[in-house]
Design a protein. Structure first.
Length: 118
């Protein structure tokens, strides 16, 4: 099982980034996919989650209206489009594949750093 995040980097406040998470080694289309983030000295927190078919999503309050989660089951990839970035969005962003609620796996990527700074 592999989850490989990419697309992080340094961006100025107000800028945009698109994160990708490429999955392999499991039945991607059967798993709920989510993005989490962890800032230095803080707990890991859920940013956004999307259903297996991509027809339902939910966001943390801090992400609502600025971030969009999407998935392409044909490419085994989940995305996080981030707009109007703020310094407080600075964190390591992780993707998660979860099917533990029906006895399946629960997998995490290694994370990608997002730094919002002028």
């Amino acid at each position: 099982v592999h989850l490989v995040e990419s697309g992080g980097g340094l961006v100025q406040p107000g800028g945009s980034l698109r994160l990708s998470c490429a999955a392999s080694g499991f039945s991607f289309s059967s798993y709920r996919m989510s993005w989490y983030r962890q800032a230095p000295g803080k707990e890991r927190e859920l940013v956004a989650t999307i259903s297996t078919l991509g027809d339902s999503s939910a966001y943390a309050g801090s992400a609502k209206g600025r971030f969009t989660i999407s998935r392409d089951n044909a490419k085994n990839t989940v995305y996080l489009e981030m707009n109007s970035l703020k310094p407080e969005d600075t964190a390591v962003y992780y993707c998660r594949a979860d099917r533990s609620y029906v006895g399946g796996g629960d997998y995490w990527g290694q994370g990608t750093q997002v730094t919002v700074s002028s």
